[in-house]
Design a protein around this ligand. Structure first.
Ligand code: C2E
Ligand code: MG
Ligand code: MG
Ligand code: MG
Length: 282
């Protein structure tokens, strides 16, 4: 009977697996074809001061709209881009476009003088020889002050990457900010605080979700803000969706927050509008 079951399993799962493999191959082919075309654009999600509601920074988030597939979520295509190496040319464009946009805001919008622009960078990009030179070149070209640019890396990118700590040290030496993204979700987060020149922690959304109702989540959020303070790091709470969460995190001591409560990722023109508008208090 085991044999029959085994056979049944293959009959049921093999075609599905095959479809999935074919679909994955199609996705990476579409991605490869899309690099260098205008299928990508960048959105910017506000990072706000929880006390005043003012926009203090924005996180750059890439969007891909394929002519036939329509919008593809970064959660779906960024891992493919990382595995295929396509993140290198794509990431190069994202960084350049974000720096250009940041410099444009500074040049044209008095409200954007103190705005920080964060850019997600994959481990593969940090490992690429010449990454630091690329960043230096972009800062020179655009005239963007280095402290207006923050690189966001995940703990996993740093743990899995080879000599990326040297690269991170170089970036910090240039004056850039360095955020540990999705903080708390990987295994060796705490060790990284000793080895990496981090300037900011981004408390992962998973700890924010039930922060007001679950003691354990509240305890983690509290521990992270205390640690950030002791280490003199900025802390951003990610994925804030309700006023209760914002209020609670503010009471815990978080100064900065990001999430749908304040704004979704927005096109650049809408960031300009929001910078001009009175801050929204929650
Ligand atoms: P991330 O860097 O942690 O970005 C935050 C993600 O949370 C974004 O998803 C954002 O839209 C979403 N988010 C923000 N506020 C809320 C909220 O209140 N509730 C919920 N449910 N979600 C919220 P997105 O844009 O789909 O990006 C997903 C991930 O893809 C990012 O996570 C990042 O790891 C990666 N990614 C996005 N853009 C880039 C990029 O330009 N380069 C690289 N290397 N990775 C990127
Ligand atoms: Mg991020
Ligand atoms: Mg994050
Ligand atoms: Mg995340």
């Amino acid at each position: 009977a085991a044999k029959d079951r085994g056979k049944g399993m293959f009959q049921r799962y093999l075609p599905e697996m095959g479809e999935r493999i074919v679909e994955a191959a199609r996705l990476s082919r579409h991605l490869r074809e899309a690099i260098g075309t205008d299928q990508f654009h960048l959105l910017y999600q506000p990072i706000v001061d929880l006390d005043t509601g003012r926009i203090r920074g924005v996180e750059t988030l890439v969007r891909w709209v394929h002519p036939e597939r329509g919008p593809v979520s970064p959660a779906e295509f960024i891992p493919v881009a990382e595995n295929t190496g396509l993140i290198v040319p794509l990431g190069r464009w994202i960084l350049a476009e974000a720096c250009r946009q940041a410099a444009e805001w500074r040049a044209t919008d008095p409200n954007a003088r103190h705005l920080t622009v964060s850019v997600n960078v994959a481990g593969r990009q940090l490992e690429e020889p010449g990454f630091v030179a690329e960043v230096t070149g972009l800062l020179d070209e655009t005239g963007l002050p280095p402290d207006r640019l923050t690189i966001e890396v995940t703990e996993t990118a740093v743990i899995e990457g080879g000599d990326v700590v040297d690269v991170l040290n170089d970036l910090r030496a240039l004056g850039l900010g360095l955020a540990l993204d999705d903080f708390g979700t990987a295994a060796s987060s705490l060790g990284l605080l000793l080895t990496c020149p981090v300037s900011q922690l981004k408390l992962d959304r998973s700890f924010v979700e039930a922060v007001t109702t679950t003691d354990r989540q509240a305890a983690v959020a509290t521990a992270v803000i205390q640690m950030a303070r002791a280490l003199r790091l900025r802390a951003v709470a990610e994925g804030i969706e309700t006023t209760e969460q914002a209020e609670y995190l503010r009471h815990l001591g978080y100064r900065l927050g990001q999430g749908f409560l304040f704004a979704r990722p927005l096109p650049p023109g809408e960031i300009t509008q929001r910078l001009a508008a009175a801050p929204v208090r929650v």
